[in-house]
Every structure is written in C-alpha cells, then in structure tokens.
Design a protein around this ligand. Structure first.
Ligand SMILES: Cc1cc2nc3c(=O)[nH]c(=O)nc-3n(C[C@H](O)[C@H](O)[C@H](O)COP(=O)(O)OP(=O)(O)OC[C@H]3O[C@@H](n4cnc5c(N)ncnc54)[C@H](O)[C@@H]3O)c2cc1C
Length: 277
C-alpha cells in the first residue's frame, strides 16, 4: 500500500469458525445468500424473487442398461414437465432433475408443488426438500406417486430407471429464484471498499446456464477496472493505492449491473417470471 491519505477505519469480519479479522477492502463472493451483501449497510441488498418453476431431484443409483456410453446432459420431454439427466462420476449412476412449472405441471399434478414456507431459506439453494416433499405429498408417499406418474407418461424411462429404485430419492426443491436489484443500483458500497461479484451480486435462475459465466466475468471485470486505473495513474505491479482500489470498485459497481441485469431478466423469464409475479 502506498496511501498518503488517512486510512479509513477497517471492517471487522467475523468468520464462521469463530475467528475474526480486520480488512480495508472486501470482495463479497459468497453466493446468493451473501452475508457480505446483507451485513454492509451502504450496499444494495436487492430482493430474492421466486419464479413459478422448480425442480424435483432424483438419483438413479446405477447406470441403466444401454446408457453406458452416455456422457453428457440430455433432456427427456413430456407435455407437463421435462427431465434433465446427467451421468454421475465414475459410472455410479445418473442424476435427474424433473423441471416443473406452475402452469403446466402443477395444473395436472398439484401434489408436485413445493410447500410454501415463509421463513428464510438461506441455508442452502435446495432448502429442506425432504420436508417439502413430505408436506406436498401429505402421506410422504412421493416415491410411489412419482413412479406411477413416470410409468404412465414415460414408460421407457420408467423401466430404464426401475421406477421406485430411483424415485425413492426424489426431493421437491423450492421454486427457482433470483436476486433482483433496481436499475441504478451498484455492486459496490458508497465508500468503494466493498464489491460484490458472482451470485452475491447477481444470482440468477439456472434456466439458461449463465450464472457461473457471469460470475467469472464479474471477477475479471472488477480486476480490469482496478488495473485500468493503476495504468492510468502509473501505479506498478503490487503498488495499487487505496484510492485506486476504491475508484476501481466504484467503477465496477456502477457499470457491471447494466451488463448482467438483462441476462438475469432473460433467465427469469425463461422460468416463467413476469413483472407482476
Ligand atoms: C441447479 C443449478 C444449475 C446451474 N447450472 C449452471 C450452468 O449450467 N451454467 C452456469 O454458468 N451456471 C449455472 N448455475 C449457476 C452457478 O452455479 C452459479 O451462478 C455460480 O456457482 C455462482 O458462483 P459464486 O462463486 O458467485 O457463488 P457460489 O458458487 O454459491 O459460491 C459461494 C461460496 O461462498 C461460500 N460461502 C457462503 N457464505 C459463506 C460464509 N459466511 N463464510 C464462508 N464461505 C461462505 C459458499 O460455501 C460457496 O462455496 C447453476 C446453478 C444451479 C443451482
């Protein structure tokens, strides 16, 4: 550091293992439920918005006969839902996500709806899905019901995954959601000492597979903004001043939302989100 200006008071960071540290700058890369975003008063917190779509996850504990050579994600479609399948590492089986929507799936199979819970689910993206499954199913008989549904709608798939041998692992996830910020919001705080990257700034639904790409781009963009200012100000490698970091964080915070928000919106719309929902 080569600052001549008086150093601002540091942030006190409390870590999950009980340790604490002081930091002059913080980059929040802690995901959709970011503690950094929620702890810094002068940074926009946004709103987590639900979409009318969700997944039912199942694991097939073996490789179905004839599927030995399948090495990529594939899609099996029904009128009311579709299933994404991916092989698990080391030929241990297959992972399936049944992608459901209120409009098509719930209209026919209301027992597949995730249970609505008002509390904060920030513990994990999937939430307590076993609980949701049991609640949605009343009797907790999701495995049997789902197996019968697949037998009726996708008999070949049902036979390949041997019905309940796969559906017994089914979990109804909560609705897909994303982090909505307002136009003009920044991914940096007012002092330019905290910046958010990745899902902590712009969590999006998984529908178009852009979340990780945008997260990596945001990290690169933050660095690029700081580097550009260092070059402009003749600050060599390892000699970045506090002022330059602050200005770089602020530049990034102001400019990056304009690039990512349209992607978030597109992704949410694919998941059935509407401005009024
Ligand atoms: C089902 C699904 C499918 C997806 N498919 C795609 C796809 O095909 N393509 C794509 O580009 N993206 C996809 N995404 C999105 C992608 O996974 C995310 O956008 C990406 O992982 C975001 O990266 P991140 O580093 O910002 O956040 P995360 O990957 O969420 O990482 C945040 C990290 O911070 C840690 N953390 C959180 N809080 C704390 C704390 N208090 N202390 C310490 N550590 C903490 C977490 O443990 C985690 O390791 C998908 C997401 C889902 C859910």
């Amino acid at each position: 550091r080569q600052d001549s200006e008086a150093a601002p008071s540091p942030f006190h960071v409390q870590l999950e293992d009980g340790a604490s540290l002081e930091a002059d700058f913080i980059v929040g890369a802690d995901g959709k439920w970011s503690s950094v975003r929620q702890s810094v008063d002068s940074i926009q917190n946004g709103t987590i918005v639900d979409c009318p779509a969700w997944g039912v996850h199942m694991t097939c504990p073996f490789v179905p006969e004839g599927w030995e050579e399948t090495d990529g994600t594939f899609i099996i479609k029904d009128e009311a839902f579709y299933i994404l399948g991916s092989p698990l590492p080391e030929d241990t089986g297959f992972s399936f996500s049944m992608v459901c929507s209120e409009e098509k799936t719930a209209a026919r199979y209301p027992w597949l709806l995730p249970c609505d819970r008002s509390e904060d689910y920030s513990d994990s993206w999937l939430g307590s899905s076993e609980e949701a499954a049991a609640a949605a199913d009343g009797e907790g008989a999701l495995a049997g019901r789902l197996s019968r549904l697949l037998e009726e709608t996708m008999p070949a798939f049902h036979a390949a995954v041997r019905g309940e041998e796969t559906t017994r692992s089914a979990r109804i996830n909560r609705r897909a959601s994303w982090l909505k910020m307002m136009e003009g919001d920044s991914y940096a705080d007012v002092s330019g000492r905290v910046a958010l990257i990745g899902d902590s700034a712009h969590a999006m639904t998984a529908s178009i597979g852009e979340g990780c790409n945008c997260a990596l781009e945001s990290a690169a963009e933050l660095v690029a903004r700081v580097e550009a200012l260092m070059r402009e100000r003749g600050e060599g490698f390892g000699k970045c001043s506090h002022q330059t970091l602050r200005d770089g964080f602020s530049d990034y915070g102001r400019s990056r939302p304009k690039e990512v928000q349209p992607v978030q919106l597109r992704s949410a719309i694919v998941n059935g989100w509407k401005e009024t929902s």
